[in-house]
Design a protein around this ligand. Structure first.
Ligand code: SF4
Length: 346
């Protein structure tokens, strides 16, 4: 079990539910635009949000932003320890930085002291793209061992100043390397792990890489919090994150759609049917599993675990629940009948 720590009012690690994070892409110093985006992220399901702090104006903005939002705020710092100190003073709930990159032990000591005084954790965010030269040389490139060694070096620096509220991330754009790094780290530390695959890409490939990398680790019981990175509106990252949690069996919110892959027995135009059901399920909040199956012979049995479902037939389809056929319905009325059944569920 990892150590538990608080980011604002949200616990991370120690068996707390795995949390969804995201990061804004507005100019942090533009408070109004940043707050609006954070609110959109929160309504999509984001539980902790990070903002980039590239300059003083952004660090000062943290205080105002913090007052206007309801989820914990993380300051993302690169290299400049003064920006870390200003963000902490302004009210950041956590900082993300790499202690080895802020220019000397005195500075690490000051930042660690400021975080300790405020009771906020530090996330060490090691990234394959910015691994130290000597580690790259030692391992001949970005490797799981190299990522872990780099992170443990930063941890040791913080530990030297008696700081232990540490969260670790080990991101790389290569999924197998990322997964191996997190697995190795989970064997070596008790610190909570923030999962992510960096530069994952656009919607389709980014979603897949994150689902495999993050979802795979979560299914193994590794990871305490995570961010999906997509080259897209950050709200999309949150939707994908929610689906990863569902697919990994870690959260049950809203309906889950299962649909058969179709085969030579398919008796219905299944793809538009599944898409229509998926679209209409967006407004349903019940924690149910809904199946859309291609044939009446095998469909109800194959989807026996579904709470409700429909299966295609020659002109007449079936409405079923937990594998039991409820009634036969003309094909054109299948979706309406399905949603009438869903509405009637508790
Ligand atoms: Fe094929 Fe029927 Fe199974 Fe769909 S439910 S994959 S159509 S056998």
């Amino acid at each position: 079990m990892t150590k538990q720590m608080m980011v604002g009012c949200v616990p991370i690690g120690g068996g707390a539910p795995v949390t969804i994070q995201s990061m804004t892409n507005t100019n942090t110093a533009e408070v109004e635009a940043t707050v609006m985006q954070i609110r959109r992220l929160q309504s999509a399901g984001c539980e902790i949000v990070r903002v980039a702090v590239p300059d003083k104006a952004s660090a000062f903005a943290i205080g105002t932003i913090r007052e206007r939002i309801d989820i914990p705020l993380v300051a993302d710092i690169h290299f400049d320890y003064k920006l870390a100190l200003e963000s902490i003073a302004a009210g950041a709930d956590k900082v993300r930085l790499n202690p080895g990159n802020i220019g000397g032990e005195d500075r690490v000591k000051v930042v660690a002291a400021a975080c300790r005084t405020k009771g906020i954790p530090i996330r060490i965010g090691v990234n394959g793209g910015s691994l130290e030269k000597q580690i790259l040389a030692k391992y001949g490139g970005v490797t799981p061992e190299g990522l872990v060694e780099s992170a443990l070096g930063h941890v040791a620096l913080l530990n030297r100043f008696d700081f232990d509220d540490i969260i670790i991330s080990l991101k790389s754009s290569n999924v197998p390397i990322t997964m191996a790094a997190y697995r190795l780290m989970s064997e070596r530390t008790h610190y909570p792990l923030h999962l992510g695959v960096t530069e994952a890409g656009t919607m389709k490939m980014g979603t897949l890489k994150s689902a495999v990398g993050i979802g795979g680790l979560l299914a193994l019981g590794i990871g305490d919090t995570f961010r999906v990175t997509l080259t897209a509106d950050p709200v999309e990252e949150v939707y994908v994150a929610r689906d990863i949690l569902k697919a990994a069996g870690l959260r049950r919110e809203g309906p889950e759609l299962i649909a058969c892959p179709t085969c030579g027995r398919t008796k219905i135009d299944l793809i538009p049917l599944a898409q229509e059901v998926e679209r209409r399920l967006e407004t349903v909040n019940k924690p149910i599993t809904v199946a859309v199956m291609g044939c009446a012979v095998n469909g109800p049995g194959e989807a026996a675990a579904a709470d409700v479902g429909i299966a295609g037939g020659d002109g007449v389809g079936l409405l079923f629940s937990r594998g039991e056929i409820i009634k036969r319905v003309p094909q054109e009325a299948l979706v309406e009948e399905l949603f009438a059944l869903i509405d009637a569920l508790p």
